[in-house]
Design a protein. Structure first.
Length: 284
């Protein structure tokens, strides 16, 4: 029976007594004079074959933009060209998250992610398995491992029976399966957990990937946050309206009480005058 590359990786971690270490940026010896991002193509030139390959990472990015609005040291790219070695062809991960990168002030932003320019190894890579096999668990698996990307998520949204969600972590230089179906999974180096749940997004009810906090509470999408804010504003408006009506009713009751008291006082004055007219002292 042939052992899959993933099983081999796990077996290596268990049986190999010599501990390796994860690659760092210092391990990459880039020669001088390499082309910059502006001089390189911005993708691998391959078209996606499923709308989910854009929508799923697009949702993750939209949540991060909303969640990390006050941060400028991160990048989540979608199908962007990733140059990790000058002698290797460009790859284009479905999703790639890097922390500690410099903010690009140019209005064109990044055209591609060039490792020898950025000098930052991404922490998280996402590959969406579509109908056409893309070597997500063979060639790409080995590439991401050799680069030193800490977390690698293989997500197969079209699977009906097998596990859709497989998250690997790079430990001692090898990818080790951390979560197979069990999620959300907390990634302390990123400060986020990732998982999947069935919800409605883009008018489609299906399973989507989401970010979560350390307590497995899901971060809302921008649409959900806007809707929740609108509902809160509407509730506040309704409460303010009720308070205004209550205050108005209290004012009317006070006015009625004053009017009633004034009427009684008038009657007393009239009665006292009548008594005086009859020669009776009202104070006697």
């Amino acid at each position: 029976m042939t052992t899959s590359p993933l099983v081999k990786t796990a077996q290596t971690v268990i049986s190999n007594p010599i501990k390796k270490r994860n690659p760092t940026i210092e391990d990459f010896k880039f020669r001088d004079g390499l082309p910059s991002a502006e001089e390189l193509p911005d993708s691998d030139g391959k078209a996606v074959d499923s709308e989910l390959q854009e929508l799923i990472p697009g949702l993750l990015k939209a949540i991060l933009i909303d969640l990390w609005d006050d941060r400028s040291n991160w990048l989540f790219s979608i199908d962007m060209g990733f140059y990790y070695h000058p002698d290797q062809p460009v790859i284009a991960p479905d999703g790639l998250l890097s922390l500690g990168v410099e903010d690009i002030e140019d209005e064109c932003l990044r055209s591609s992610y060039v490792l020898w320019d950025e000098q930052v190894i991404p922490l998280f890579a996402l590959e969406i398995v579509s109908k056409t096999p893309g070597k997500e668990q063979t060639k790409k698996f080995e590439i991401y491992r050799s680069i030193g990307i800490l977390y690698y998520l293989v997500y197969a949204p079209l699977r009906k029976r097998k596990t859709k969600f497989q998250l690997y972590k790079l430990i001692d230089g090898d990818y080790v399966l951390q979560s197979e179906g069990q999620q959300p999974y907390w990634m302390p180096e990123i400060g986020l957990a990732i998982g999947a749940e069935r919800r409605i997004y883009q008018r489609s009810q299906r399973e989507w990937l989401y970010w979560y906090d350390q307590n497995s509470l899901r971060y809302q999408t921008p649409t959900e946050r806007a809707k929740a804010a609108s509902q809160r504003a509407q509730a506040e408006s309704q409460r303010a309206e009720v308070e205004s009506e209550r205050a108005q009713a209290e004012s009317e009751r006070a006015n009625l009480a004053i009017a009633a008291q004034t009427a009684v006082e008038r009657e007393n004055i009239v009665l006292r005058q009548r008594l005086r007219d009859l020669g009776i002292d009202p104070d006697a």
